[in-house]
Design a protein. Structure first.
Length: 232
């Protein structure tokens, strides 16, 4: 009974659910309690700064919003299928945990894109968002904005005047504003690259083996076709 309760599949589901719940609680509290671009100082190097973005993690934007949302949905499906297969194959606990965090982080931002535009009024510098009936929100499905709030300006200063080109410019070290889902993605990716390169290498190796197998089958078919023609 205990073994089933704490199986890798159960733990993976629990991690995904926990991260999604925490992420959404934070986002909803910020969205329904703060004006857009409002800032709350926690320490000199940590602020709760409410912004919204239409792009990728940490506010990056370089592709169409609809394409980005559909890509996210596809990525979550692929990661989910891969995670399920790894659990079935008996992958290491750490690998399962990292994949679960990656899946949950991607899923958390998808919820914003799919649902927030439907259930919230618009956040502005003068108005705090409110819950509205489904479909009466500020944007269509797939076009909701992602809520970000964690801001860590660890170094906030002005560069010395004697510095060429940038002298006197305002400088902030680590200026991205992100959310809990983004941090889950970042932590999982770093952990995967540091501790699970063998598993990640297995992904590319399996792709190469599959390609080689397809080429081998194609060559065999070609040889058989040539033999048939010679016999005729």
């Amino acid at each position: 009974m205990i073994g089933k309760l704490f199986s890798k599949g159960s733990v993976a589901c629990l991690i995904v659910l926990l991260i999604l719940v925490i992420d959404q609680i934070i986002k909803i509290e910020v969205k329904t309690g703060m004006f857009l671009h409002e800032s709350i100082r926690v320490t000199d190097w940590f602020f709760i700064y409410f912004i919204e973005n239409e792009g990728m993690a940490y506010g990056m934007t370089f592709i169409n919003k609809l394409v980005l949302t559909l890509f996210r949905v596809l990525a979550v499906i692929v990661i989910g299928i891969y995670l399920y297969r790894q659990i079935r194959k008996g992958a290491r606990w750490g690998y399962v945990v990292c994949l679960s965090m990656l899946l949950a982080g991607a899923g958390g931002n998808i919820i914003d894109c799919l649902c927030y535009g439907q259930v919230f009024s618009a956040s502005t510098n003068d108005a705090i968002a409110q819950f509205v009936p489904w479909g009466d929100g500020y944007a269509p499905v797939f076009y909701g904005k992602v809520v970000d709030m964690f801001y860590f300006p660890i170094i906030d200063t002005y560069l010395p005047d004697w510095l060429p080109i940038w002298g006197g410019d305002h400088f902030i070290f680590f200026s991205p504003i992100f959310n809990f889902a983004d941090s889950s993605i970042s932590v999982s990716v770093v952990a995967l690259l540091l501790f699970f390169r063998r598993e990640l290498g297995g992904i590319s190796a399996s792709k190469e083996e599959k390609k080689e197998g397809e080429e081998s089958v194609g060559n065999e078919d070609g040889e058989k076709s040539e033999e048939t023609q010679l016999q005729e």
